[in-house]
Design a binder for this molecule. Structure first.
Ligand code: ZN
Length: 267
């Protein structure tokens, strides 16, 4: 397997190709939560004990050597709202959910001291980097965020910040693969509408009205549609549903499960 993330620790996968930028994705291992959140659940909103989640987040913060006080978390709703994060947001949503940035599925910042953090259990994490303008960002793209084009939305926001799409780099992180992601006609209709060019290569019918969909590749095509060069986009081959020993999977685990975290910050 030609995988872009390296397993740096039982609890942590890292992507190392962006100079001075921490790009991380947590696993489900090495934490203190019990079933169905065993063991490294970092989601505050899933009925796990708050203290266990906090303990788990603390472990990750120690491994990354970035204080939890510098993390910024969001209240994710499968929308396309993106928030520009500044130092005054530091620590939001870390200890309690009610301080998380409301109704937000994308974060970006110019600040050097912050760690952007979003939760995942199958949805696609998109990490953004513009070395020329020192911008970093993170987005949460499930099928809704994908078809409503949160990827393109981030590119647009960064255009407004003076960054050309040709100067942006994106990593598409561990998420559910085409091998395991089945959707119905309703979703496919949205998929077809979202792309200017043919979307046919992104899905195939597996049984009547049921389709295997490649959400990672769809995000790549949306990014290219927005002007990001294909050679600036790297895709993880990890499927969160296939890799049961490493990841929680909302689909595979029938909805009752923990969350992993995607994190991006400066070293
Ligand atoms: Zn799979």
């Amino acid at each position: 397997m030609n995988e872009i993330f390296r397993q740096a620790h039982e609890s942590l996968l890292m992507f190392d190709d962006w100079e001075n930028v921490i790009v991380a994705f947590t696993t489900k291992r090495g934490g203190v939560s019990s079933e169905p959140f065993a063991t490294l659940n970092v989601g505050m909103h899933v009925n796990d004990h708050r203290h266990a989640v906090y303990e788990n987040r603390k472990k990750v913060a120690e491994q990354l050597n970035v204080s939890l006080d510098r993390w910024v978390c969001a209240d994710q709703v499968h929308g396309v709202h993106i928030e520009k994060v500044t130092n005054e947001h530091a620590g939001k949503g870390v200890r309690t959910y009610d301080t998380a940035l409301p109704h937000t599925d994308g974060l970006y910042t110019r600040e050097q001291q912050l760690m952007l953090a979003l939760c995942f259990a199958d949805c696609v994490p998109l990490y953004f980097f513009a070395p020329s303008k020192k911008l970093i960002g993170l987005a949460h793209a499930g099928w809704k965020g994908t078809v409503h084009n949160i990827a393109g939305e981030m590119v647009k926001r960064w255009n407004e910040e003076g960054v050309d799409a040709r100067d942006m780099y994106v990593v598409i992180g561990p998420s559910i693969g085409r091998c395991c992601y089945i959707v119905d006609d309703r979703v496919i209709t949205f998929v077809q509408k979202a792309l200017v060019n043919s979307s046919q290569s992104l899905y195939n019918e597996t049984s009547k009205g049921q389709y295997a969909l490649d959400l990672k590749e769809m995000n790549k095509q949306l990014l290219q549609q927005a002007g990001v060069p294909s050679e600036h986009i790297a895709i993880s081959s990890y499927c969160t549903s296939c890799e049961q020993s490493l990841f929680f999977s909302h689909r595979r685990d029938g909805g009752q499960t923990g969350r992993m975290m995607a994190l991006i910050g400066w070293r």
